[in-house]
Write a protein that binds this ligand. Structure first.
Ligand SMILES: Nc1ncnc2c1ncn2[C@@H]1O[C@H](COP(=O)(O)OP(=O)(O)O)[C@@H](O)[C@H]1O
Ligand SMILES: [Mg+2]
Length: 323
């Protein structure tokens, strides 16, 4: 049994302009200790997928209209809010892209790490304090004991992201969702944080959903990769296979412009055009409007995700065609 099983997840937002399907028919598994990279341009549905797993979709605007999420065999969508809150911390934890907005500016970092421990475990104040200092040290905050009394604004961006990691990890979650955890950081710090995440995965045996728009980050960290486009999964494969033999033209496009980790990259793309707004998705394959391989039949129906070899699937009607 996988640690996390997401099946046919479909999430809809109610907006002024009508219902918007942010994520459609997304399925994936994540095993204990495994890192699944989720990659795609901004707006492709990565964060909505993550928030659905965490039970943190904004309500009532967002609704999971189809599908299921199981964690450790437990149906998360059927869990009462209180049970879900108890699971966040020791079960599931998440770090976001922008640590300044997720840390509370009016509490010290020590208070914020200790609060998380306190919410889940009965420990004496001294034990809680010791545990917080040890975790801050583990994520690379120097002189952590002294920094406990600092407020978020007194730390650098990289240190704030380390504090966020400490908060996420202090209850030893079995699954960490890292949503663009290094996007806001400069490249040196970015590489350090990714190394730290890999070490912590080995040390804690946790699974990681590594969300990024950067194929370089995927190459450095992921065991398996899921490529998303306009709310749907277009390709899934083990990381070496995806880089060696991408099947979907979108993945091939992403790979044609992989930056190394020491290059800045804000946009993924050497592929001309941009992601369609949800209300303007073309019929059939959503990538067809930008695809050099497109043929008229691509507009007929949304292509199903087909398995070509075990563990390697792509959603493109042209894959496997005789040359
Ligand atoms: N709060 C929201 N209200 C309405 N639509 C939203 C909201 N959040 C996300 N969406 C829709 O979901 C799509 C996917 O968003 P998101 O998962 O944040 O993309 P990504 O993380 O891949 O950049 C967006 O393009 C948008 O259409
Ligand atoms: Mg996002």
């Amino acid at each position: 049994m996988s640690l996390l099983e997401v099946r046919n997840l479909t999430t809809t937002f109610q907006t002024g302009g009508g219902a918007v399907t942010a994520v459609e028919d997304v399925s994936f598994d994540l095993n204990q200790g495994e890192i699944l990279g989720i990659v795609g341009e901004s707006g492709s549905g990565k964060s909505v997928t993550a928030l659905a797993v965490m039970g943190l979709l904004p309500r009532p605007a967002a609704r999971i209209s189809q599908g299921g999420i199981r964690f450790d065999g437990q149906d998360l969508l059927g869990l009462p809010d209180r049970a879900m809150q108890r699971l966040r911390g020791p079960g599931l934890a998440m770090v976001f892209q922008e640590p300044m907005t997720s840390l509370n500016p009016v509490f010290t970092i020590g208070e914020q790490v200790m609060e998380t421990i306190h919410a889940h475990e009965r420990l004496s104040r001294a034990a809680c304090y010791g545990r917080a200092v040890a975790m801050l040290e583990r994520v690379g905050i120097p002189s952590a004991g002294r920094r406990m009394a600092d407020y978020p604004h007194q730390l650098s961006g990289g240190q704030r992201q380390r504090v966020m990691l400490a908060i996420a990890l202090v209850c030893r979650p079995r699954l960490l969702i890292a949503d663009e955890p290094t996007t806001a950081l400069d490249v040196t710090i970015q590489a350090q944080i990714l190394d730290l995440l890999l070490d912590l995965r080995d040390e804690f045996g946790m699974a990681i959903m590594m969300i990024t728009h950067n194929m370089g980050v995927i190459a450095e960290t992921a065991d398996r990769v899921m490529v998303m486009y306009a709310g749907r999964v277009v390709e899934q494969a083990p990381v070496t296979r995806l880089f060696d033999q991408p099947l979907h033209p979108y993945t091939a496009g992403l790979l044609s412009c992989v930056p190394t980790l020491d290059q800045e990259q804000d946009r993924l793309i050497a592929i001309p055009g941009s992601l369609p707004e949800p209300s303007r998705r073309p019929p059939g394959c959503r990538f067809s409007a930008r695809c050099a391989q497109a043929v008229p039949a691509c507009a007929d129906a949304v292509p199903a995700l087909r398995h070509f070899v075990a563990d390697h699937a792509a959603a493109c009607i042209r894959v496997g065609e005789p040359a």
